[in-house]
Write a protein that binds this ligand. Structure first.
Ligand SMILES: Nc1ncnc2c1ncn2[C@@H]1O[C@H](COP(=O)(O)OP(=O)(O)OP(=O)(O)O)[C@@H](O)[C@H]1O
Ligand SMILES: [Mg+2]
Length: 297
């Protein structure tokens, strides 16, 4: 596994791309090794899909460099190693998942077995039905299975779980973790921060076309080094000013780098808290805090 981990899957620097008057991206940097999953985050229109299009070779960047396992993005050598799910996927109506998977597998030297892909992506009941009439979530399952059909070393997944039910989302997460555990590399975009946390060790945040944060989830946690203390108070009671507490509905919360000290003082001051819980900050809060610190420092 350590040999897998050192192999560089994606190396991209200073990518930019303009579509007419729209500067879609301008300064995207991204690195990924085998055995890693990277979550690409950012608001609508930030440039995530454009970045993936450049990495898969569908779109040529105006500037910047990109290599996929040392090959040119979109070259036959790179494509032989990659699988992808676009943000919006559609298929020929007359074909069945089994036929489409067989067709996709045939493009690769050492594809996955279609008989394995079908249960892995929850397609058992759909495998022999024509795609015409498939629901959004059913099409998405098929699109995911197709991304893995070639037994790729790297998969690009653009909002892979949009429209999937909870069970299919969990199945996707477990398939992805297994794949990464076996040395596969994954880059996925998502607006579901929980999903990124569940699957990704690395993340990259793009804002208006520019990479503003790159790192591992653990590094970010260490940088922000904060814990959230959440608790309730009897109605009509408000926390003391020193606590700098915020409330959301009935729950008050305090973010701190020293939860022991805060809780000791809450006890000492006889603050009538109940249902107190401690939790690390969510990924979303973490990135918010780091970005705020960067812009104010
Ligand atoms: N082919 C195109 N022609 C014109 N503008 C484009 C094209 N592709 C992307 N853009 C523009 O580039 C910007 C980045 O788009 P992109 O699809 O990469 O965003 P995204 O981060 O994937 O957003 P979302 O979260 O909504 O999927 C947007 O302003 C978009 O309108
Ligand atoms: Mg997109």
């Amino acid at each position: 596994m350590s040999a897998h981990k050192q192999q560089i899957a994606i190396s991209a620097a200073a990518l930019s791309k303009r579509f007419g008057r729209v500067q879609a991206i301008d300064g995207v940097d991204l690195n990924l090794a085998a055995g890693q999953a990277l979550g690409l985050l950012g608001p609508n229109g930030a440039g995530k899909s454009t970045t993936l299009s450049i990495l898969t070779g569908l779109v040529a960047p105006d500037a910047g460099t990109v290599s996929i396992f040392g090959h040119r993005a979109g070259s036959a050598a790179a494509r032989a190693l990659c699988g992808a799910t676009p943000q919006v996927a559609d298929f020929p109506d007359q074909l069945t998942p089994r036929e489409l998977l067989a067709y996709a597998s045939a493009r690769y030297d050492t594809p996955a077995a279609v008989a394995d892909l079908i249960p892995r992506f929850g397609l058992e009941a759909l495998a022999n039905r024509r795609v015409a009439g498939f629901s959004g979530g059913e099409k998405r399952r098929l699109a995911l299975a197709l991304a893995f059909a070639g037994n790729p070393k790297l998969v690009f997944l653009d909002e892979p779980t949009t429209g999937l039910d909870i069970e299919a989302q969990e199945q996707f997460q477990s398939v992805t973790r297994d794949y990464v555990g076996q040395g596969g590399a994954v880059i996925l975009t998502s607006h579901h921060w929980d999903e990124i946390e569940a699957v990704c060790s690395h993340l990259s945040f793009i804002d208006t076309g520019r990479t503003v944060l790159n790192g591992t989830v653990d590094e970010l946690r260490a940088r922000a080094n904060r814990t959230r203390i959440a608790f309730e108070l009897p109605q009509g009671t408000v926390p003391d000013a020193w606590m700098q507490a915020h409330h959301d509905g009935f729950v008050w919360s305090v973010e701190t780098t020293d939860s022991d000290a805060v809780i000791r003082r809450m006890v000492h001051d006889q603050i009538p808290f109940h249902n107190l819980t401690l939790a690390p900050l969510s990924l979303r809060d973490l990135i918010d805090r780091i970005r705020t610190e960067e812009t104010t420092s």
